[in-house]
Design a protein around this ligand. Sequence first.
Ligand SMILES: *Cc1c(COP(=O)(O)O)cnc(C)c1O
Length: 380
Amino acid sequence: MYNDVISFIRQTFNTPEEFVPLHAPYFGGNEKKYLNETIDSTFVSSVGAFVNRFEEMMTEITGAKYAIATTNGTVALQLALITAGVKAGDEVITQPLTFIATANAIAHSNATPVFVDVDRDTMGLSPDALEAFLKEHAEMKNGEAYNKGTGKRIAACIPMHTFGFPCRIEQIAEICARYNITLIEDAAESLGSYVGDKHTGTFGKLGTFSFNGNKTVTCGGGGAIVTNDEAMAKHAKHISTTAKVPHPWEFVHDEVGFNFRMPNLNAALACAQLEQLDTILTNKRELASKYKDFFSNTDIGFVTEMEGTTANYWLNCVVLNNRDEREAFLEATNGSKVMTRPIWRLMNKLEMYKHCQCDALTNSEWLEDRIVNIPSSFRP
Ligand SMILES: *Cc1c(COP(=O)(O)O)cnc(C)c1O
């Protein structure tokens, strides 16, 4: 079964026999040069020229006014939630179909996730489901949204751009504004993805990115927050760097801060990678187009970007016809050393989050049964 798919993938990656990974990093630029410069400078840790350069590059790429480098994408989300004023006991709406980090960051902020369904085509939070949920469950008190059932404040909403395919973020932003719910975008997977000509991660108050080893570009481990809000940017930077009050020698810290700083060593790698972002995106788009042509002659679906959006095609996705076909596809490909992975188990099915409120989640369940990621690395 699926021998035609397996041989097409092997041929596309010019890998006749060996293991084909899902997503390998590509180091084709100044990575070693910048790493050596960093070591020679001795500024390998949390202060250094590359951290500043990385933050500047992120503002240039996304069009956001400010960027704050962090240790990884998970703490970028946690920091964004804290910066947005999310407090212990609040609720945060997100999608059940996401990587665990989204829900964990909400839990780390001592808030509770509420899971609302996704759209089938974008695989990201559904504005229709969000609107319906708020209509049924939210009431406004002193200009803030509260959950009628739990009595808790609905403080924020975190949609996620699944595998780099932009969700309907403009409609989501409009709904959040109406209910005075702070919008934070988990753009961890969508560096290089746009709605119109606006970069994902810049539609809400804050957006977050990840530079983990499996992402479109990587710095080993790293993250970033972007925002246009100067006060929030300053506060996020301050608490990410132990909330130390600037002074030539005294140690004075004015609130409980974090050590969420990106080391200069990682920032050096990040800068070298971001320099190649356009090349990497073009390469990935070519791969997606090859896949699209191939799968159009099969009974396997292939996910493409929605009209009016540009996806980064971080991880390409096929749509199998049902759960059994999904299992057969996973077994055949992985059994032949062609790495494929199913979309995530829904968050509300995991032990830690099964007590959380959800809506019907019809589309999330549908996608969970059918979506599989296929090899998507840069092809040199
Ligand atoms: C990768 C990822 C993150 C952040 O991951 P880190 O490994 O902490 O950088 C957050 N959300 C989503 C959806 C992700 O895919």
